[in-house]
Write a protein that binds this ligand. Structure first.
Ligand code: NAD
Length: 476
């Protein structure tokens, strides 16, 4: 059994423990029990982290691709070796089933290995110029990056936020969510143990608004990378704009799923019902609005409801569990508000719609249908275990509904018609589209959204590119 580690920040290579600082109590969402006390940064801690990040950048921008690759590959190997311990800590902190947490570790392993290859391909170019002159275009690391990662992928989010800047030759200050600190520290430790100089990556925690204001006010920080809600993303963009810092914003979504009547509904349900309840629906690319063609609607609702009822909800450390608790007490509260409002406005509740048990933050897998467009849940990201199923006449109405909201992160469509597959892929405004699949990510594929879902990509060559600036050098 993994012991929960002592919590700390890591600033200039030093493990900073609570002492007289304020603390945050980290809790297990399955039981509500306290796991540990997390020290929160004060202004002096953040200033020290900023000075260190400036030094770390000077060290790491001069690193060779071989050094960067060795660190990333070494960390990938260590994460794979420590997968069970890392996954268990993530489950204790966030609640997701252990098997899901383990997949997060392996996603980091794949991503770090991919980036280890990318560091050899950060090319510039030489332009055609007359003899005796030269014009070159180079790519340089953007500088120290402040990264903020949320609690829903306690290992995968910090992995993404650390891997790309390190591959690009930047230094990083990571503030992961205070709810899931030990997972983030576990990822960082793999990088240190693989030889990353301690000045290059640091971990701070704090009152989120204080930390982001302090770090983003500093000219040391050249880029902000944030994953979280659109509301907070907009606030942080404004802070970054004061100093014209580069940004990568991975924000919320409201995943539309178009289900046409030319597909086998059972096959769609087999993939998309479990996908809905993965991580209790607390996934930015979660399928949320099922936009179902009317001929298959009744069959689809019945099949979805039957499947939702069979999901085994419990402690994520129990191997039989298919869905854990929600990650924090804010989420069941949000479910009560959103589902209550949907039903009050005339939506039909087929199953769920209630908390489970009297400890932890459990909420039942829920299915709603015929929810009117003015219900809050039709417009606000629910970020919970609730599927919304509504009927539509045909292609044009279904595409219009998919594009109705200002979000555009992940969209899905199920159709056997090859012409329609291409139309839908083209017409839906979304950073990622899955046609007859829910697999929309990969180490080599850009992950990101458009419009209110943010901008910039993580993963793939685009993830490293986002941490580089372009310079043109003209020699006469
Ligand atoms: P929230 O909006 O307060 O926080 C979301 C994340 O942003 C958390 O990790 C939090 O630590 C961080 N954060 C909040 N204020 C910040 C600030 N001023 N500076 C820096 N970081 C800050 O809400 P929450 O209750 O934690 O989550 C609720 C909503 O957030 C969800 O409904 C969902 O829409 C969104 N969310 C999205 C993702 C994602 O993957 N895109 C992940 C987690 C949460």
């Amino acid at each position: 059994m993994t012991d929960y580690p002592q919590l700390c920040m890591i600033i200039d290579g030093e493990r900073v423990v609570a002492g007289s600082r304020r603390t945050f109590t980290v809790r297990n969402p399955a039981t509500g029990e306290a796991l540990g006390e997390l020290p929160l940064a004060d202004a002096a801690d953040l200033d020290r982290a900023l000075d260190t990040a400036a030094r770390g950048f000077r060290i790491w921008r001069d690193s060779t691709p071989q050094q960067r690759a060795a660190v990333l590959q070494g960390a990938a190997r260590l994460m794979a070796e420590r997968a069970d311990d890392l996954a268990r800590i993530a489950t204790m902190e966030e609640g997701k089933p252990f098997a899901e947490a383990r997949i997060e570790v392996m996603m980091n392993v794949g991503l770090f290995n991919f980036y280890a290859g990318e560091v050899f391909r950060l090319y510039g170019r030489t332009l055609v110029r007359p003899a005796g002159t030269r014009s070159t275009v180079t790519k340089e690391p953007v500088g120290p990056v402040a990264v903020f990662s949320p609690w829903n992928f306690p290992l995968g989010n910090p992995g993404r936020k650390l891997g790309a800047p390190i591959a690009a030759g930047c230094s990083v200050i990571l503030k992961s969510a205070e709810e899931t600190p030990a997972s983030a520290l576990g990822v960082l430790q793999c990088l240190y143990d693989a030889g990353l100089p301690k000045e290059v990556a640091q971990a701070v925690f704090g009152v989120p608004d204080e930390v982001s204001r302090h770090l983003l006010a500093s000219p040391v920080i050249r880029k902000l990378s944030f994953t979280g809600s659109t509301v907070v993303g907009k606030q942080l963009m404004k802070l970054a704009a004061e100093d014209m810092k580069r940004t990568t914003m991975e924000l919320g979504g409201h995943g539309p799923v178009l289900v046409f009547d030319d597909v086998d509904a059972d096959r769609v349900l087999e993939v998309m019902a479990p996908a809905k309840y993965r991580n209790c629906g607390q996934v930015c690319v979660s399928p949320t609005r099922f936009i179902v063609q009317e001929d298959v609607f009744d069959e689809f609702v019945a099949g979805f409801t039957a499947r939702a009822k069979t999901i085994r909800v419990g402690n994520g450390l129990d191997p039989d569990t298919q869905m854990g608790p929600m990650a924090n007490p804010r989420r069941p509260d949000a479910m009560e508000r959103l589902i209550g409002d949907a039903v009050a406005r005339g939506g039909t509740l087929h199953t769920g719609g209630e908390r489970i048990g009297n400890q932890g933050y459990f909420y039942a897998p829920t299915v709603l249908s015929n929810v009117p467009e003015d219900a809050a849940i039709m417009n606000e990201e629910p970020f919970g275990p609730v599927a919304i199923l509504n009927p539509y006449r045909g292609e044009a109405e279904m595409i219009a509904e998919a594009n109705r909201l200002p979000y555009g992160l992940a969209a899905y469509a199920w159709t056997a018609d090859s012409r329609r597959q291409k139309i839908v892929a083209r017409e839906i405004e979304s950073g990622m589209v899955g046609i007859n699949t829910n697999m929309i990510g990969g180490a080599d594929a850009p992950f990101g959204g458009v419009r209110w879902s943010g901008h910039g990509s993580e993963d793939g060559p685009e993830g490293v590119e986002a941490c580089l600036v372009t310079k043109a050098i003209h020699e006469g």
